[in-house]
Design a protein around this ligand. Structure first.
Ligand code: TRP
Length: 436
């Protein structure tokens, strides 16, 4: 068997992890979650959740990956035996499941990108969404998205993922900053910032039961936690870098892109007098598309916006596929390109029902977000906190240098605060799922 690949540099690892984290979650989900939870109030709770829950949880995945240098199944098995390996198996399953419909959204984004240039949705974004989100055309674009994802992953960790994310992540940042600067010139900018940035703390006080779990859930989803993506990426680390500082860089960059998305989306909506609270999950594809249709430079701005969304979705999709591919590459003596094409084809087929029916799509999304991912996070935290425990601290401390005293503090924090927060989020997610 050939030698296991590693990142060629620390920046390579950080950018790959940021690429995984920055995705539809930041640009599509984050603004509409904010809008549903009272705008700025949500931002405040989200920032706290990212720092207190997201960052410690990403470190838990990192130590598992870096210590074992194995795919998600073998990593957990090495540290905790066959029972722990089941956490990894759940991760593989979630990888197939999530990517199958994530790729369908990727296909929608391609159709909106081209539709911006031709003005295809300008007559009626809602009708356009209905048209492109289900049917044989949707399957075709889902296939195109999967082919590109497969192409990058097949090229390998260094030549595919690392090189790819080194181009993609800076492009996302630059284009988003450019769009935010443009949004600043819109008439609605002031009202948009006001809505996004000045929190009404009474909203938090009155709605904390829904705001807190939504913010925690968003922080976990956005950091790609709960299915071994970060375990897998950290397994390609070699050496003892400071995982805490890498984790902080990744969390900050990821949050930065989410906030930038707010700086683009809210001025646009307010410029067109669209109430962000009405937008819901259709925010990007219907409401924002509406704004593009009505703006003078709408075609080009719309194109750039959906291009960024596409790049972000792609750099996340490769991490989902890599979780599964990594397991097969480690365990079977078959070449990576062949395995990647095989696994990618299975993912494509699993996504076909979601491409044919938006109701199936919604069901896949609910099961992933409300059950699979929060369950994966809870099990990971439980395992790392209470079973791997001291070993996890020792692994984290390698590279912490003078801040190594953080190790034990981190352990108690994930055993208590993080564990309770993710358990509460899981319980509420399951209740939401049952009542849906
Ligand atoms: N974090 C990505 C986003 O914000 C989605 C994602 C990619 C993901 N890989 C993941 C979510 C793994 C959970 C687990 O869009």
């Amino acid at each position: 068997m050939t030698q296991r690949e590693t990142w060629t540099s620390r920046v390579g690892f950080i950018l790959a992890a940021v690429g995984s984290a920055v995705g539809l979650g930041n640009i599509w989900r984050f603004p509409y979650m904010s809008a549903e939870n009272g705008g700025a109030a949500f931002l405040v709770v989200y920032l706290i959740a990212a720092a207190l829950i997201g960052l410690p949880a990403i470190l838990a995945e990192f130590v598992v990956g870096r210590e074992t240098k194995k795919n998600v199944v073998d990593a957990f098995r090495n540290l905790g035996g066959p029972a722990a390996a089941l956490i990894g198996v759940l991760g593989l399953f979630t990888g197939f499941w999530l990517l199958s419909y994530y790729s369908v959204v990727g296909g929608w984004v391609i159709q909106y990108m081209t539709g911006s240039l031709t003005g295809a949705y300008f007559g009626g974004p809602e009708a356009y969404f209905g048209q492109i989100s289900e049917g044989t055309g949707t399957i075709l674009f889902h296939a195109i998205f999967m082919v590109v994802t497969i192409g990058i992953v097949a090229a390998g960790v260094e030549k595919g993922i690392e090189v790819g994310t080194k181009i993609m992540v800076p492009s996302i940042a630059i284009l988003m900053i450019g769009m935010a600067a443009w949004a600043f010139t819109l008439d609605g900018a002031g009202a948009g910032y006001e809505y996004f940035l000045s929190p009404d703390f009474s909203v938090i006080a009155e709605n904390y039961q829904s705001i807190i779990p939504d913010a925690v859930g968003q922080a976990l989803f956005s950091l790609s936690l709960g299915m071994g993506a970060m375990v897998t990426y950290a397994s390609y680390l070699d050496g003892d870098d400071n995982l805490l500082s890498d984790g902080i860089s990744i969390t900050v960059l990821n949050t930065f892109v989410g906030v930038l998305a707010g700086f683009v989306v809210f001025p646009l909506l307010f410029a067109q007098n669209i109430d962000p609270g009405d937008a819901g999950a259709g925010a990007v594809f219907v409401t924002l598309a509406q704004a593009f249709a009505e703006l003078p430079a709408g075609r080009i701005i719309g194109f750039v916006f959906f291009l960024v969304l596409l790049i972000a979705a792609l750099s996340s999709a490769i991490s989902l596929l890599e979780v599964v591919v990594s397991y097969f590459v480690d365990n079977f003596d078959v070449s990576r390109p062949i395995l990647t094409v095989g696994i990618g084809t299975v993912v494509f087929l699993l996504g076909v029902p979601s491409a044919l029916s938006i109701d199936t799509f919604t069901m896949f999304d609910m099961i992933a977000n409300n059950i699979l991912l929060p369950l994966g996070v809870v099990l990971t935290i439980l395992f790392v906190g209470w079973i791997y425990g001291g070993g996890a601290v020792a692994e984290l401390r390698r590279g912490l240098g003078s801040t190594s005293g953080f190790g034990p503090v981190w352990l108690w924090h994930i055993r208590t605060v993080v564990f309770l927060a993710v358990l509460g989020t899981l319980a509420l997610s399951i209740m939401t799922f049952m009542s849906a």
